[in-house]
Design a protein. Structure first.
Length: 572
């Protein structure tokens, strides 16, 4: 930049000095020429004053004397162009001068000036001719001439001075250009060096400049910017270190994917689930060996956030959730290892199923023998046997419900779906529970739309769902009615189970679907409840991809709402 600025200023300086020198030389030459012609004009006028009174040799002698004294050639020409006197030559031997340019102008009454080579002296000469007047009319001319070489001598004498002045001026301009270029480029060089240090990681680099003005403002602005960047970088570094610490210490498997679904980064938890080996730059499904992950990644890219899914990775099971990163620059997947949880659940489910199965046989035998004994015993022992029989029946119900729940929770459970006629479903349930409702003095109301919808579902499980919800409503309703209503809800079918029973306190609503959870334990035992009915209903609804909710007001009643998808085959 110094060279560019210096070169530009230097070229401008050279051009300016050259132009000024050229015009100065022209002005001096013009002044010299003007001075010479003015002197010759005065000499010619002086001679003209003597011409009218002199003739012949007297005129020649006077012209010769004046020319020698002045160092000027003087020539007198008559009206016909004949030379009558000349200070440097023989008038009689000279040709007519009437055609000379300066003489021709003088014959017209004007002052003539010309420069040309003299035929008499053979040198370049400056001529000035003035008219000689007689009765106000030109009657001849007086011409003064001087060698033009004097002009070259003058030019040579001035050339040295002008060249010296031009050289001094040019040197001053070049020095000024160097000083100016340095003043402009030194701050920029210092700023460049400071910025280079800053970009290389030296965040303590600052721009120190003593001069004021715009460079000083630039230095202050840069230093302020550097201070802010240093503070922000320190904060970002601290936050990055915190995030790295969190990222590496989280027990869950975390993996960051780029926009193409390739692995960019992962933590130790992910390696514990997936295994060791190179992973960066590979597809997630390729590393985990779980093609379902590829489908989930593509679904998140297309549709955004998706609910977590359980993915089997080798011998381990993980709950995987994938979220888009801000700005759409990639994805982050979180894998929670639930292998031990699922193993414990399987062990618990197997234990419950095995225990229930083992208990069912002796309980059946106990019930049989109790029925035989009850006919042979009377009085107080008969009441004892009735109590034992009710307890055994409750145990049998619990065992049956446990077996049902174990089957529903089993991974091997498959829905046997077929078109289910909702109207028939309601009629069957009404026929089954109408005697129980009438025995308690309750109204059992079943309502369906004029054109009952059909849905794809497992009819056995739907019957079980209806039975549990209606039986539950009848147990906890002492007066009024139990109402079951079916209605279409877009691509789903809604079932509303409402009663006018005792209701459920608000703080118990979130737990009613837990196994063995009962609101009123004494009433449940009295009614023969097992605490598993609503848990079974929840599993049936989940297996069908539906949802269940509950609303209740204590003393006014309870309402369960079940939403089940119709199924692809039934959509119109």
């Amino acid at each position: 930049m110094f060279l560019r600025i210096f070169t530009a200023v230097a070229l401008i300086s050279v051009l300016a000095v050259a132009v000024s020198t050229f015009h100065t030389v022209r002005a001096v030459r013009h002044a010299s020429y003007r001075s010479l012609t003015d002197g010759l004009d005065r000499m010619a006028l002086a001679v003209r004053a003597l011409v009218p009174g002199l003739t012949g040799d007297v005129l020649q002698d006077a012209v010769t004397r004046m020319g020698r004294e002045a160092g000027v050639r003087i020539t007198v020409i008559d009206a016909e162009g004949k030379v009558t006197a000349d200070s440097d030559g023989e008038p009689g031997a000279m040709e007519s001068h009437g055609t000379r340019p300066e003489v021709a102008l003088a014959m017209e009454g004007k002052t003539g000036i010309a420069t040309r080579r003299s035929g008499t002296t053979g040198t370049d000469t400056v001529y000035v001719a003035v008219p000689v007047l007689s009765d106000g009319k030109p009657a001849g001319a007086v011409r003064a001439a001087y060698g033009a070489a004097v002009l070259g001598e003058t030019d040579s004498a001035l050339a040295g001075g002008i060249a010296l002045f031009a050289g001094i001026l040019l040197a001053a301009c070049l020095l000024s250009a160097a000083i100016l270029s340095r003043a402009l480029t030194v701050p920029l060089q210092e700023l460049t060096a400071t910025v280079r240090r800053f970009t290389e990681g030296d965040f303590d680099a600052r721009f120190h400049l003593r001069q004021g003005g715009e460079p000083g403002e630039l230095a202050d602005s840069f230093n302020s910017m550097a201070d802010r960047i240093q503070v922000q970088f320190r904060e970002i570094t601290e936050r990055t270190e915190e995030l790295d610490g969190i990222f590496t210490s989280v027990p869950q498997g975390i993996v960051v994917l780029d926009a193409k679904g390739r692995i960019k980064r992962m933590n130790g938890g992910f390696r514990e689930i997936v295994g060791s080996g190179p992973m960066e730059g590979r597809e997630l499904w390729d590393v985990t060996g779980a093609p379902r992950l590829a489908d989930l990644v593509e679904k998140v890219k297309r549709e955004g956030l998706q609910p977590p899914e359980e993915i089997v990775i080798g011998s381990r099971t993980a709950r995987c959730s994938i979220n888009p990163l801000p700005g759409g620059e990639g994805l982050i997947a979180v894998l929670h290892d639930i292998t031990d949880t699922r193993r414990i659940e399987t062990m618990k489910r197997d234990f419950v199923a095995n225990a229930s199965h083992e208990l069912r046989t002796p309980l059946t035998a106990i019930r049989g023998y109790l029925e035989m004994i009850e006919g042979e015993v009377s009085g107080e022992p008969s009441r004892w046997l009735a109590t034992v029989r009710r307890s055994s029946e409750r145990m049998v119900a619990i065992v049956e419900d446990l077996l049902s729940l174990a089957r529903l929770e089993g991974k091997e459970t498959e829905l046997i779906t077929e078109p289910v006629d909702v109207a028939r479903l309601l009629d069957d349930a009404k026929a089954l529970f109408m005697p129980k409702a009438e025995a308690k003095g309750l109204r059992l109301v079943m309502t369906a739309p004029p054109e009952p919808p059909t849905l794809m579902a497992d009819p056995f499980l739907l019957d079980q769902m209806m039975a549990n919800l209606i039986d539950n409503a009848l147990k906890y309703t002492e007066a009024g009615e139990v109402r079951v209503a079916c209605r279409p809800d877009g691509e789903r079918v809604a079932f509303d189970f409402s009663d006018t029973g005792i209701g459920i306190p608000t703080d118990h609503l979130s737990r009613v679907f837990e196994r063995f959870y009962v609101v009123d334990k004494s009433r449940s035992r009295k009614m023969g409840g097992t605490g598993l009915g609503l848990s079974i209903v929840k599993h049936i609804v989940d297996l069908h991809g539906g949802s269940i909710s509950v609303d209740s007001v204590v003393g006014q009643g309870t309402r369960f709402t079940v939403l089940l998808p119709r199924g692809r085959e039934t959509l119109t």
